[in-house]
Write a protein that binds this ligand. Sequence first.
Ligand SMILES: C[S@@+](CC[C@H](N)C(=O)[O-])C[C@H]1O[C@@H](n2cnc3c(N)ncnc32)[C@H](O)[C@@H]1O
Length: 311
Amino acid sequence: MNPAPHIPVLLTEVLESYSPLKSRTDLVYFDGTFGRGGHFRAIGKQYSLKKAFIADQDLEAIATARKDWSDWIESKRLEIFHGSFLEFAEKNQNPLDMILLDLGVSSPQLDQAERGFSFNKDGPLDMRMNQTARKSAADLINELNHDELMDIFKIFGEVPNPYHVVKAIIQDRGEKPFITTLQLAGLIERVDGWQKKGFHPATQYFMALRLVVNQELEVLQQAVPLLIQQLRDGGLISIITFHSLEDRIVKNLFKDSEYGFLVNKKVIVPTEEECRMNVRARSAKLRIFQKGQKPEKPDKFALRRAQRAKE
Ligand SMILES: C[S@@+](CC[C@H](N)C(=O)[O-])C[C@H]1O[C@@H](n2cnc3c(N)ncnc32)[C@H](O)[C@@H]1O
């Protein structure tokens, strides 16, 4: 069965985020999380992209890009990079106008049991977005010591007390190493039980492992400042996050950067309608940063003051 297609999240808002560049015809775009190219396709329709660069660390995403965009590749309008957007940023020499990072996993990654991201589907306990990376989630579960596992679940999963789960993991792996997703999900269910209806007890544990296996927070923290530097004056970077720790990193990097300003003071979230149509959108947050000087707010009273000074 073919996996469900990926529905691009916050699409209208992402398209709108680049609107200051609408009249330009020489735009250079970088999509650091190509996925299945949903955002890229829509952006390509609405903006005059002279050149685009796309990256993804997933081999299947890259294969899709090569197949779907062969005409752009042939005409040298598109360059494809297999690897993380941090690796791209470390090598890139091209000034950019528009950047999009739509973090996390795509629906095809979640839906394919063999990728090991889902606690509902039996598959290898893998979770590597980049299939050529070294350590899988099973390696972490089987190799890390008690304190390291506690830290991962507490810090990255925000699990208040993972003690009993960690103790059970260490006990069980002494008899048989962890190989499958359901082996781990079953243990967590057994130890923690269901505490919130509709919220699988393994949710936060799986999220924590995924973030660590793919070094998602470190990559984000290091890549964003580099990407901001590579923006041309007036260029925009839009980032969609799905996790509170990711959002905090993005917010602080944007707020503290001396190279530009946060476009939207308040974070942008999906409408209720979007959340109803696409459950994946529920935790999405969009922040936008523009390179350059913040435009002065029009001073409504300046004219009046000038008139009074004349009188
Ligand atoms: C949420 S999906 C993007 C979906 C895409 N915007 C679309 O509309 O089809 C995230 C994708 O980014 C990739 N990814 C996540 N973190 C990455 C990173 N640090 N570097 C490169 N690709 C990454 C994942 O492999 C996945 O394919």
